[in-house]
Design a protein around this ligand. Structure first.
Ligand SMILES: [Zn+2]
Length: 122
């Protein structure tokens, strides 16, 4: 499953980051996902819930933001957002092109629980 491998690399990083912060529980994981990844969000949450078990992110919630795709036409270099799986340039009608945005799968932020500490006054 596509989503599983994507989430698994993210989780690896999340756990490493939490460990670097004294193994404090992760509260929230936010992703930025390009529209061209064609991620199935149910599969995404399923993978996240399965992979977070027995980790510091066990109680974390997953959030994501889908960023729109942007294609550069290979004939006239017009940049456009494709409306569906077929990329047709709105300006010259050429098929296809080069994706310049929309293939991201990024970890946008990780929220880690604040640990009450006597060193830092509130
Ligand atoms: Zn074009």
């Amino acid at each position: 499953m596509h989503e599983f491998s994507l989430v698994s690399s993210v989780m690896e990083y999340v756990v490493k980051t939490a460990e670097a912060h004294g193994n404090r529980p992760v509260e929230k994981v936010s992703l930025e996902i390009g529209a061209l990844q064609h991620v199935a969000t149910e599969a995404l949450t399923f993978a996240f819930d399965a992979l977070k078990k027995d980790t510091v992110a066990e109680n974390a919630v997953l959030e994501w933001r889908i960023t729109p795709a942007c294609i550069r036409c290979s004939s006239c270099a017009t940049e456009y957002e494709p409306s569906d799986a077929f990329w047709v340039c709105p300006s010259c009608g050429a098929m296809g092109g080069h994706p310049i945005r929309g293939e991201e799968f990024l970890l946008e932020s990780i929220e880690i629980t604040d640990e009450p500490s006597s060193d830092t006054p509130a």
